[in-house]
Every structure is written in C-alpha cells, then in structure tokens.
Ligand binder design. Structure first.
Ligand code: G
Ligand code: G
Ligand code: MN
Length: 400
C-alpha cells in the first residue's frame, strides 16, 4: 500500500511516519510541499492509495491541493490533517466529499496514535461506505401505471419517546414494488410525480393505505400516530382538507392520530393556498410537522407562518451531534425554539448509540432512525416492537 504524507512541518511529517510505522505501515513517502506531491502524482501511474494532507501550508495549501487531486483523477483515500479549528477542518472535509473524493478521516493536530489506528482500521476493512451509484429515475407513464396497478406500498418507520422508550407512532414511507427493478425508493419517483401532475394520486394512495393500517393497529390495541409525508404540490387544491377528512373518517380513526409532514423541497407554488390548507387541517386537529427542519426552505419563515405542532430535526444535524459542537448548538437551539413554541420535537437520523445517548441528555421528545428501526413492512412491526421492548431496559439506563 502506497501512502503519501504532506505537511510543511518536518517534525509533523516525522511524527506521522513514526506513528504509521508503529501501526504496521512503515513506508510512507513524506513531502514538505504539496507541489512536490502533485509532481509525484502526475509522474507515474502508481498513484498512492492513501494521502495524508495538512491544510495550512505556505505554498499550495490543502484546499488547493484537493482541487488538483480531483483534476489528477485521484481515486484513493484522503485523510485531512490540521491544527486549525474543528469547523474549518469539517468544511474542507465537506468540500472534498463534494468533489467525490473518498475522505476517510479529518484529524486534528497533534494526531494521536489512537485516532490514526481508527483511520487505518476502517482503511483495512473492505469498502465500508459504498460509492455513489447512478440511480434510475422513472418516467410519468410507467409511474401512472404503477399507481393504477397498486405497485406502491408503504413501509413504516417507528418513532419512540426518548425518555420512556414508548413507541408513539410510525412514519409512512412509500416504496414502489417494481416488477423488474425490485424495491424502488421515493427519491427515484417523487420528483416525477410532482412534475407530471401525479402527486395528488400518489398522496391519495399513500394516505389511504396508511390510515387503513393505523385502523388495523388500533383494532389490535396499538395506538400509533401515523405520519404521512406530503409534497408542497399537494397544497394547491383548496379541497385538500376535505379529502383528508373523508379519508380519516373512512378509516374510522380520529383526526388527531394523523400527522402530515411537510418539507418545502420545491418552491411553494401558492403560499396563500398552502397556508389556508394547512391552517384548516390544524384546526381540525391533524398534526402538522415541519420535516427536515433547518435544510433548504424548511425553516424560520415556515415556522413563523404555519401552525406546525411538531418539528423534525433533519438527520444532517442529529447524527454525530455528540462529536460536533456546531451540530450540538444547532440541535439544542432548535429544540429550545420548538419548545418555546409549544411544539413536539422529533430527531431523525438516530443511527447509533452515541446519537441516542446524546439525545437523552436533551429535552427532545421523540427519536427516529436506523438505531431504533429501519423502515419496514407493516407486518413486521409487531415483531420489532417485541424486540424493542427487550432492548429498552439497557437503552433507558441513565448514562454518563
Ligand atoms: O426512506 P426514504 O427513502 O423513504 O424517503 C426518502 C424521501 O422521500 C423522504 O424525504 C420522504 O420525505 C420522501 N417520501 C417518502 N414517502 C413519501 C410520500 O408518500 N410522499 C411524498 N411526497 N414524499 C415521500
Ligand atoms: O425526509 P424524510 O424525513 O421524510 O426522510 C426519511 C428518510 O430518512 C427515509 O429515506 C428513511 O429511509 C431515511 N432514514 C430513516 N432513518 C435514518 C437514519 O437513521 N439514517 C439515515 N441516513 N437515513 C434514515
Ligand atoms: Mn418525513
């Protein structure tokens, strides 16, 4: 394995070489200037597998070097190393990732051997993070047909109370059971539905199935709130609240069991209609959730204008917040704001025990994410609930 080290400080280079040596990687090539490293890269065809690069350097700096790496078609792994503050380091990491470079670490100087061991460990494990693959999208004809044929099904992802572990509800997430391509995810067809006037039909199918499912669970004695995602494009026709009311009545459940999650991923076509519709729904006790809060347009304007009673913190802020002061500040400020507005807070993207334990120290109400459960077919929920109850005693022990 070829390793390249770039740092303008000779001492830092020596230290890093030594640490890598002690971990069983003795042959790293040191460079004191990024320009020299680039010359090496453009020289032959045996590109390094792994590059450690400092950010602050007097000639070509780390950011410029990253840009040249992309130009040189580098496909190996990159570790960023810097004595600069954590947020700067993370910004460069984001930048490099947006260039599709495979960033396997961002280390603060002085680098500890333990941090280095972590980086090299993931490096030896076979491809943990799958690289982005091109995904198919589908045309309107095929989608229209699929809706008519009943090929859209809902998966359900549980939401649990962080303090008590109680399962309070589920979010319905639509999937397309495609006869040729298998299970197709919404990011491959929601935009098509929005662009080709199919989103009302889609919402109707999803909502009807979700409400029917909520009723089945209710009959089994499971009181679960049902969250359904709707598109801004569903908030154009003023009779939408009546459709919702009829669907809820038809399923035989009460209005306050339904939560509608709204994200403004596209520009609101008609803000006045949306406000009219959402306010009438809220007046009839339907829950309104602002989804992906803090991203795109899902933000303060909406919070000011629309009577949301629930805020869903985007997973981009939640996951790993315990290790990142900027994320923590955003999470905690958002929770504080929501509570002042009398809103419930749901944290999305709770992916591991660290995320869970961190949230337990905040006044966040509900959690949702892979750590708790992946989205699953309705028939798997009961079995999952039994397993969750077994896990709960451990997860609810006060930590730290
Ligand atoms: O698991 P997941 O890939 O299901 O969802 C991806 C995105 O698709 C999420 O942002 C979610 O809000 C959106 N989505 C999932 N189901 C629906 C739906 O029924 N209607 C709309 N409009 N969006 C949905
Ligand atoms: O935008 P919306 O909140 O509706 O997004 C739901 C999406 O998030 C779905 O695609 C769902 O599969 C995905 N999701 C749910 N839990 C997690 C998680 O813990 N981590 C990640 N990365 N995605 C999650
Ligand atoms: Mn959602």
């Amino acid at each position: 394995m070829k390793i390249l080290l770039i740092d303008d400080e000779a001492f830092a280079l020596k230290l890093l070489s030594h640490q890598l040596g002690s971990l069983g990687f003795p042959d790293a090539t040191p460079c004191e200037r990024a320009e020299d490293a680039l010359a090496l890269l453009s020289g032959g065809d045996d590109h390094p597998d792994l590059i450690f690069c400092d950010l602050q350097m007097p000639g070509m700096d780390g950011i410029e070097f990253v840009r040249h790496l992309v130009g040189a078609g580098f496909t190996g792994d990159l570790v960023l190393v810097s004595g600069e503050d954590q947020r700067l380091l993370q910004a460069v990491q984001k930048l490099a990732q947006s260039h599709r470079l495979n960033v396997v670490g961002a280390l603060h100087k002085p680098v500890s051997t333990e941090q280095l061991r972590q980086v090299m460990k993931s490096r030896l494990a076979p491809a943990a993070a799958p690289r982005q693959v091109a995904r198919t999208t589908y045309g309107p004809g095929e989608l229209r047909q699929a809706i008519a044929n009943g090929e859209l099904v809902n998966y359900y992802q549980p939401q649990v109370n962080i303090a008590s572990g109680a399962v309070t509800g589920v979010e319905a997430l639509v999937r397309w059971k495609h006869s040729r391509d298998g299970l197709v995810f919404p990011d491959q067809f929601i935009a098509t539905a929005e662009e080709h006037g199919l989103i009302d039909e889609l919402a109707d199918v999803v909502l009807t199935a979700a409400l029917h499912q909520a009723r089945l669970w209710q009959d089994l004695g499971l009181t679960l709130h049902m969250s359904v995602n709707i598109s801004m494009d569903n908030l154009v026709l003023l009779d939408f609240p009546d459709l919702v009311k009829a669907a809820v009545a038809n399923a035989g459940i009460s209005m306050n069991m339904l939560v509608l999650e709204v994200t403004e991923s596209r520009l609101m076509k008609d803000p006045r209609a949306a406000l009219d519709i959402l306010t009438r729904l809220r007046m009839r006790k339907v829950g309104l959730s602002i989804d992906d809060f803090g991203t795109g347009h899902s933000s303060l304007n909406q919070l000011r204008d629309i009577p949301f009673d629930e805020l869903k913190l985007d997973r981009g802020f939640v996951h790993n917040a315990c290790n990142n002061p900027a994320l923590r500040a955003i999470v905690e400020a958002s929770i504080g704001m929501a509570r002042q507005l009398g809103m419930k807070v749901v944290a999305e993207g709770v992916e591991n025990e660290d995320d869970w334990n961190y949230l337990r120290q905040t006044p966040c109400d509900l959690a949702q994410g892979y750590f708790i459960a992946r989205p699953m077919p309705a028939e798997d929920i009961a079995e999952w609930m039994a397993a969750w109850e077994m896990r709960c005693p451990d997860l609810l022990q006060a930590k730290g």
